[in-house]
Design a protein around this ligand. Structure first.
Ligand SMILES: NC(=O)c1ccc[n+]([C@@H]2O[C@H](COP(=O)([O-])OP(=O)(O)OC[C@H]3O[C@@H](n4cnc5c(N)ncnc54)[C@H](O)[C@@H]3O)[C@@H](O)[C@H]2O)c1
Length: 438
């Protein structure tokens, strides 16, 4: 087939939904995407190195809260989705979507090792006419500087023999309104043929596709979005510290400010950043900027304000205990919610872990309740979640709301005698000398 014929054949297979789609990495991003492609009628194979995950998929069981077990088992039973650890099967895919982790090293440098391993597997069986899309969040230049040369080392030319694009994933775990289908998808290819193929693919599955001129622009879009959040959260966290000194209720300030119908968007203070994205992605950008001789001052400043928030939470615990003539040392402090955000089970980078660590170091006896996280292992601690009602009956010295899950019985909390440190304004509208807000 000529280069153009490769492209045309791929577009036809996408249009008629005969394209076989492989999703590499079946986590928070990859599994919802794989299920959505399958629901739209594509034949989908999910590739993962984790046998547990592929086994669960084949048994029709979902391990990601945003993926409904009914939807998953429906597409598995219909034979449109299967999980596999056999990377050699990538050879028969028309489209390969890479959704593997992109963490930071201890030095806060990007760790591309998962991406590199996944791309090695793709390169090993690459054939003409395949479309490869990277979805993992990463620094601008990863697709054309790292992925493209690895794939071209097979002797094929990108945008001619095979097609290569970047499309950032914007999934927001726990969000009831926006999901894989109705979040607009940005795509940028290494050339026009690649952009077109990727846009056609997503166009058949998501409501809105936004095409950009290059993979670098698409990579940068995701980093702008997440840096925007990290910086604004840093700004509002600093405002919370400032308001505390000035004896002003920062939550009331934000609620009033957000009545402005234009030019303002509310961000809220909290115990610190969590999750796999906001605490990490901006450092992918600052690392790459530094390679180009540019220092990202906003990112560094927001990072230092946000990472100091757990210390402020502990300071509030100390202030609360002080009113009862108690010290952190020897007190029983109960954490309410430990996942990094409301109504999810994701513990990655959760600031509750820092709060736990800091309180333990100061001699507190720490327990926790989180129905989404039955067990917690961190830095030598192994704790089991305790039922909140049972804990309150036993009156801990202080309880700290780290995550405002909807399932918690806040009324019971208000009726108890326990000192309450509320890092999320979950007890909004309740004034009491027992309640200590950020
Ligand atoms: N979680 C989010 O909310 C979110 C949102 C937007 C973007 N992202 C980005 O998407 C990417 C994936 O994040 P996630 O949250 O889905 O991660 P995750 O850890 O939930 O899932 C990643 C999966 O990849 C698998 N994996 C790792 N190496 C592999 C390999 N070589 N071959 C096959 N499978 C492999 C892991 O076993 C795991 O199941 C990251 O770059 C992340 O920054 C995440």
């Amino acid at each position: 087939m000529t280069a153009n014929a490769n492209h045309q054949a791929l577009l036809d297979r996408i249009r008629t939904k005969r394209a076989k789609i492989g999703v590499i990495g079946l986590g928070y991003v990859g599994l919802p995407l794989a299920v959505e492609f399958a629901r739209q009628g594509f034949d989908v194979s999910g590739f993962d190195v984790d046998e547990f995950k592929t086994g669960e998929i084949n048994a029709g069981r979902s391990y990601i809260p945003d993926v409904s077990p009914a939807e998953l088992s429906e597409v598995v039973k219909a034979g449109r989705l299967r999980g596999t650890t056999q990377m050699a099967d990538l050879a028969s895919m028309d489209v390969i979507d890479i959704c593997v982790p992109t963490p930071l090293r201890k030095t806060k440098d990007p760790d591309l090792s998962y991406v590199v391993r996944a791309v090695e597997a793709v390169a090993a069986t690459l054939r003409k006419g395949q479309l490869v899309i990277l979805e993992s969040t990463t620094y601008p230049g990863t697709t054309d500087e790292v992925v493209q040369p690895m794939l071209e080392s097979r002797g094929f030319k990108a945008d001619v023999d095979f097609f290569l694009a970047f499309s950032p994933e914007r999934v927001d775990p726990g969000n009831q309104k926006f999901n894989t289908r109705n979040i607009p998808k940005v795509v940028g290819g290494v050339g026009t043929a690649s952009t077109e193929a990727a846009a056609r693919l997503y166009g058949s599955t998501v409501d809105t596709v936004v095409q950009v001129s290059s993979t670098r622009v698409a990579e940068m879009v995701k980093l702008l979005e997440n840096t925007f959040r990290a910086v604004n959260i840093g700004m509002v966290n600093e405002l919370a510290l400032m308001c505390h000194k000035m004896d002003i209720d920062v939550w009331e300030v934000i609620d009033a400010a957000k009545t402005k119908p234009f030019g303002f968007m509310p961000f809220y203070p909290g115990p610190g950043l969590g999750g796999h994205c906001i605490p990490i992605d901006p450092f992918y950008l600052s690392w790459k900027a530094r390679q180009n001789g540019f220092e990202c001052r906003f990112i560094e400043l927001a990072g230092s304000v946000n990472s100091a928030m757990p210390d402020f939470v502990v300071e509030r615990v100390s202030e609360a205990l002080n009113t009862a003539r108690k010290s952190i040392n020897g007190s029983r402090v109960h954490l309410i919610g430990v996942a990094y955000k409301k109504d999810v089970n994701d513990m990655r980078e959760s600031p509750a872990l820092d709060v736990l660590e800091l309180l333990s170091k100061r001699g507190a006896r720490v327990t926790y309740s989180d129905p989404y996280v039955p067990e917690l292992r961190h830095g030598g601690h192994t704790l089991a979640s305790i039922d909140l009602t049972a804990v309150l009956a036993d009156a801990p010295d202080c309880a700290v709301i780290c995550t405002d899950h909807g399932v918690f019985d806040y009324d019971a909390l208000l009726k108890s005698d326990t000192l309450l440190v509320d890092t999320r304004n979950a007890l909004k509208n309740h004034q009491s000398p027992r309640i200590f807000r950020l």
